[in-house]
Design a protein around this ligand. Structure first.
Ligand code: GUN
Ligand code: FE
Length: 445
């Protein structure tokens, strides 16, 4: 599925964009976080429908009633499949697509052995464009409609993913990854060039259509204090932008940060001291936090992102989902430190990590984290991540019986939660019956 099959509304045919489409199936709509609101936050329609027009959801409810009220609408009937908001991957590295599932290393030697050599290739626009398209094919096949992605140090890597996402009409967040030390020479920028390049990319891409720029220092070990300060200044100039980085992922990494920043109170302080702590900060991993760090993150209203397949694959640790009681927490693959492109697999890993910490996460919470929860962490809750009128019509439709193993388990289900949980735990791209971007189907079926 290349850009030519992206099926975004054809500007030559305005009548096509005006037509209403009624998508029928089971519908599961969340009004808010089931962790806070309980299962009352969820509404299930066994024979439901989602009415879309001009890329937006216009109505959600009983399928027959919507059909009667909108007799002109084009019907797409997904039968018993479950209509959800498209998945939102709140932290990924699209340039690591080709090195996913690389064996045997932990964070720092994984970066040096596999990641940095691959990222060095992204100065080549043709290569960056090929991987950007491959990546978007993979994520949309897995029901993901929005990603917050790191790029590489090369501005061309940002242009490549934004151009590809724009061609498909996707809501997409990305930023140039900044590094001016502790990386190979061909993967280092400087404090000044990181500021200048990020600033130019931000001006070119931020707010263009459905795209948003994220200021992206990779993490404290690969940025000098001067570079962190430069990016803090850029963020202060553009407070509507998000800022994303990594925080307290692995114990060795934290010890390294302590030696690189001897004056910092803790890892978070290396960001705070340089203007990189704020409400629009999005901090990936955040596994080994000190009490002061948690209190500070809560105080400023910053968001965390749980990357469970990465945290087990690289051996980083077990994220505490209890933090979601007091902070926005999104869910993410962290491709390719994460071992999957699938948010279903990621929800399964979040469930397993929860079990290892003594908390069984309800399917409602898993689905919310992968949709509305990630949207809130990315400050996009008014645009995506819910099935409600006025929200953009990015949808994912799940076949709840996509393999014999899942089908036989699902056949015993008495509730929607029992019906969806086998797909969460055992499903993959075969469970994605369709992915809609701005109301248009994009998956070849
Ligand atoms: N910390 C700094 N860079 C990375 C990265 O690319 N992946 C992960 N998982 N952690 C990081
Ligand atoms: Fe990451």
């Amino acid at each position: 599925m290349g850009a030519e099959q992206g099926l975004s509304p054809d500007p030559e045919k305005p009548e096509a964009t005006l037509a209403e489409r009624l998508i029928l199936g089971q519908v599961l709509a969340f009004e808010g976080d089931p962790r806070a609101l309980g299962l009352a936050a969820a509404r299930h329609e066994a024979r439901g429908g989602v009415l879309v027009r001009d890329g937006l959801i216009r109505a959600v409810g009983d399928g027959a009633a919507l059909r009667a009220a909108h007799p002109e609408a084009r019907i797409t009937d997904h039968g018993d499949a479950l209509i959800l908001p498209g998945f939102i991957d709140a932290h990924a590295h699209y340039p690591q697509t080709a090195i996913i599932a690389s064996w045997g290393k932990r964070l720092i030697d994984w970066l040096n052995t596999y990641t940095f050599p691959e990222e060095a290739r992204f100065g080549d626009t043709t290569y960056a464009t090929d991987i950007a398209d491959r990546y978007l094919d993979l994520v949309t096949a897995n029901g993901t409609t929005t990603v917050a992605s790191y790029c590489t140090i090369h501005p061309a890597s940002v242009d490549a993913i934004f151009t590809a996402a724009q061609a498909r009409g996707m809501r997409f967040l990305a930023g140039k990854t900044c590094m001016d030390r502790n990386a190979p020479g061909n993967l280092r920028d400087t404090a000044q060039s990181a500021f200048d390049d990020s600033s130019a990319l931000l001006k070119n891409w931020h707010g263009r259509g459905r795209l948003g720029y994220i200021i992206t220092p990779r993490f404290s070990p690969t940025s000098s204090p001067e570079q962190l300060s430069a990016l803090g200044a850029l963020w202060a100039d553009h407070p509507d932008c998000l800022m994303q980085t990594h925080l307290s992922e692995q114990v060795d990494e934290i010890a390294w940060v302590r030696s690189l920043y001897p004056d910092a109170r803790d890892y978070l302080d290396t960001y705070e001291a340089h203007g990189l702590l704020g409400e629009k900060g999005v901090y990936g991993h955040a596994i080994h936090l000190e009490p002061r760090e948690i209190a500070r993150l809560q105080e400023v209203g910053a968001a965390l992102v749980h990357c469970p397949t990465s945290n087990t694959f690289i051996g980083s640790g077990l994220f505490d989902m209890g933090l979601a009681d007091t902070m926005p927490v999104g869910l993410a693959t962290d491709t390719g430190g994460g071992s999957s492109f699938s948010m279903l697999r990621t929800m399964a890993a979040a469930y397993e990590v929860g079990q290892l910490r003594g908390e069984a996460l309800h399917p409602a919470e898993l689905l919310w984290r992968a949709t509305g929860g990630s949207a809130a962490a990315l400050h996009l809750q008014d645009k995506i991540g819910r099935l409600a009128p006025g929200i953009e019509a990015d949808l994912c439709v799940l076949d709840l019986a996509s393999t014999p193993a899942i089908a036989q388990r699902q056949a015993r289900a008495k509730t929607i939660w029992e019906a969806v949980f086998p797909t969460i735990m055992m499903g993959d791209d075969r469970a994605i019956a369709q992915t809609y971007i701005a109301g248009e189907p994009v998956k070849a079926v």
